[in-house]
Design a protein around this ligand. Structure first.
Ligand code: CA
Ligand code: CA
Length: 590
């Protein structure tokens, strides 16, 4: 139904530890793990990369003695060098080849392709095809991560080459592959990678959100700040993540241009760690309340954080002080997450909160997405862990049900009727009607339950009125020609003098209030008690009716006459109720 349209870039690390995140030991016996991948081939195997040059298979929690691949002779595990990354292409089950990233004995970065033998648990070390070699000026900052994106391209996180403060300014230079996120249609035979984004220092670990396609890049800092970058799935590339000018949100090497800088969504100082290790957004089914959370950690301090969007902000919370050398995270085919301890050679599973989770900022008006609730009006609750699969389960009837897809909601301790429960590309939401009984309150506790498991309550403001107009895309008002109930569109705009109607939220108290969850009556109607006004193109529009939309629950309708003096084109449409204006929406007028 909607997405958050604007995200403020802020990083607010909170100190409170989240007890709902647990680590469970899967297996030990690993030598300096640097990467954990699955093959996406339905076998459920995990492939753990060891820095020294071996890839190990973990199947149902058991580490196989025989390595999947051993190229120890080709690499040297030392500091930031060694076998660093692994990626299986889409359709690996048929292709039976994969890619690795390692440092060769000369210290240069090698991206190579290997084939699996007729034994699916054994790759052929003699099958190597080197597809890319990148000369490394210094031993550190070699990147190491490889991931196939949702576009089927291979992404390569390349460090700035090394030393300190990028002496060659490689990360900003267009003529170097160093300090970049590279993108390569390697499976289609493209000759070389291209630069997708620049300004990275050492993007040791990055990942794609398997539900949304968003790209997360954790970039290791210089002396002061570690950072996490977010690139939305809609990106066309070209971002400049700032290095060597910026370290986190701070100017490190002037001149620091702010205009071209894509700032991180989270940072932490070297009081909390020394080297960030990026993880994954949790999208599994075992721990629904963790969904939507991006996990990342620090190699030195062992701190493990969860970062999540709350309303228009990003919030990072300490999940655990693990004491581990967090070197990499992993995700299995089912979306369950893992974290590896480089020093101890142990792989852990991450699990936690089975109940839904939500924030006060995620409880909003269903039309405008402004935070807060109005008694009787439609609301949207962005919650995590309410619907496992990408789907929309709609009530499609009145009176609205109090439970849908196993989900129920209480607002101010009263059951809130449900319109729909949805999961769209990982954005989970519950659409509810705020009970009429919440009128007069200034705040209300909101609790979401699923299969009997209750979320922690959040306290949300209750407002007397907060007018919202339903839109198609956050801008274009949903307005209907009264004459034939057809939608007003740019192709068929509203005529001056014509009567149209629109759907709205939050207009406030009524005469003739129907029961919570029930459809509004047609006769008699349920008009708004106070004054409702509207302007189109800055001119007052005659309001013929403002009240509940007959036949619907919790949705208002306003019937208007388009003013005769409105200029043709896209007019601003604003409605007012309780003395408060809606956000500006747009209406095409002929
Ligand atoms: Ca290097
Ligand atoms: Ca940066």
């Amino acid at each position: 139904m909607c997405r958050y349209t604007k995200i403020l870039v802020v990083a607010i690390p909170l100190l409170a530890q989240d007890p709902s995140v647990r680590l469970e030991r899967v297996t030990g016996g690993l030598a300096a793990p640097t990467d954990v991948q699955h093959a996406g081939d339905g076998t459920g195997r995990l492939f753990v990369v060891e820095q020294g040059g071996r890839i190990r298979i973990v199947r149902e929690g058991v580490l196989a003695a025989r390595p999947f691949l051993d190229i120890s002779a080709r690499t040297v595990a030392d500091g930031e060098q060694g076998l660093l990354g692994l990626a299986f292409p889409p359709d690996f089950r048929r292709k039976q080849h994969f890619y690795v990233n390692y440092t060769d004995r000369a210290g240069d970065t090698i991206i190579a392709r290997y084939r699996v033998t007729t034994d699916p648990d054994l790759a052929d070390p003699a099958s190597e095809t080197i597809v890319l070699q990148i000369e490394q000026p210094f031993s550190n900052h070699n990147g190491g991560g490889l991931q196939f994106g949702p576009d089927g391209r291979l992404y390569i996180g390349m460090g700035d080459g090394g030393s300190g403060n990028d002496p060659g300014n490689y990360a900003q230079r267009a003529d170097s592959l160093l300090g970049k996120m590279l993108r390569w249609d390697v499976e289609a035979g493209a000759a070389a990678p291209s630069i997708w984004a620049r300004g990275l220092r050492n993007p040791w670990r990055f990942s794609f959100d398997r539900a949304s396609g968003d790209l997360w890049i954790a970039d290791v800092g210089q002396d002061n700040y570690e950072e996490v970058n977010f690139q939305p799935a809609s990106s066309q590339g070209g971002e400049n993540y700032g290095w060597r000018m910026w370290e986190g949100l701070h100017c490190a090497n002037p001149p620091c241009e702010a205009a071209s800088h894509t700032a991180p969504v989270a940072e932490y100082t070297h009081e909390e760690g020394c080297s960030v290790t990026g993880g994954y957004v949790y999208r599994g089914r075992r721990s629904p309340g963790l969904r939507g959370m991006y996990f990342y950690g620090d190699y030195c301090s062992g701190r493990l954080w969860g970062l999540r969007r709350e309303g228009d902000r990003w919030r990072s919370r300490l999940a655990q002080s693990t004491g581990l050398n967090i070197s990499t995270f992993g995700q299995d085919e089912a979306g369950e997450l893992y974290v590896a301890d480089h020093g101890g050679g142990v792989l852990y599973g991450i699990s936690g909160n089975p109940a839904p989770a939500l924030s006060a900022a995620g409880v909003v008006d269903a039309a405008s997405f402004a935070p807060g609730l109005v008694a009787g009006s439609a609301a949207t609750i962005f919650a995590f862990g309410v619907l496992d699969s990408d789907d929309v389960v709609a009530a499609g009837r009145t009176p609205l049900p109090l439970e849908l897809a196993g989900v129920s909601v209480t607002i101010a301790n009263r059951p809130a009727p449900l319109y729909a429960v949805a999961n769209r590309r990982g954005l989970e939401q519950v659409n509810v009607q705020t009970p009429w009984e919440a009128a007069g309150a200034t705040s209300a506790a909101v609790v979401v339950r699923r299969e009997g498991l209750a979320s922690a309550p959040v306290t949300v403001a209750v407002l007397a009125a907060q007018p919202g107009v339903f839109t198609l895309d956050g801008e274009a008002a949903v307005v209907v020609h009264h004459s034939d109930n057809a939608l007003v569109t740019p192709e068929r705009p509203a005529e001056r003098g014509e009567i149209v109607y629109l759907y709205a939220t939050g207009l406030g108290p009524l005469e003739n209030t129907p029961p919570t969850g029930a459809a509004a009556p047609l006769a008699p109607l349920s008009p708004v008690r106070g004054l409702v006004s509207a302007t189109i193109g800055g001119r007052a529009a005659e309001v013929l009716f403002a009240g509940l939309a007959p036949g619907l629950a919790g949705v208002y309708q306003i019937n208007l006459r388009v003013p005769t003096g409105v200029p043709a084109g896209l007019a601003d449409l604003i409605v007012q109720s309780g003395g408060l204006p809606s956000r500006v929406t747009r209406l095409p007028v002929r």
